[in-house]
Design a protein around this ligand. Sequence first.
Ligand code: BTN
Length: 241
Amino acid sequence: MKKIINFDTILSTNLYFKENYQSLDNLIAVTAKHQTLGRGRLGRIWEDGDDLLMSILIKEMLDINKIEKISLLIASSIYKVIKKYFHDVTIKWPNDILLNGKKVCGILVESIISDKLECLIIGFGINVNTLKMNDELKDKATSFSIESNKQYSIENIAKEVYETFIDDFSNYKNGSKEYLEICKTNSCLIGKEVSYFSDKEHFAKVIDILENGHILLLEDDGFIEKSSGEVSLHSTFYHKK
Ligand code: BTN
């Protein structure tokens, strides 16, 4: 059994590893009840609530080209856990899990590079006991409690996600592609029309999620593969399966 370090309040669980990774072991996890500088993708702020805030440190199998696969791997582990509690759970490539069509989890995988890739930091926030989203988020985001009117043990969910990920990471190292199948089968995007901005607005149909973690799109002039760093997909109608 590896280790989970629990904090009451820190700046950010991802930042904690950025500052301390050298002295910490591979596959250690950190959680916090509150973050004062919680960070989301694209420089956004991650709102603080009564939720699971966790990061896992990876110091082996390091390859910058694997970051997108690791994102899918953690998405599939989190998917499996949330699916134990709820029926309508989908994965929105590359970094979100949706519950009843609204975002319930966001994932932020970061890397530290000096001369070489030093470590990967897998951070995620799962909205668990938050009862109310602010006006900006309420149509787009949800929590376990909002969907069920129940409260949950964040500690238990942390343990379940961590243990599931540790197993899945071990299988991944042995060549398992289960995570990719889970991300594809439960994708809320495959088969849907989306748009993204790159010089101009592009419209495309999502065809597949590829083994390298990229997405395969069909546009008017043919198939095109995009990495998660290249596109941010938008649609008003991809939420429901
Ligand atoms: C997203 O933008 O959807 C990704 C959000 C990731 C938030 C989590 S909360 C725990 C970890 N610490 C952070 O500062 N960010 C991640």
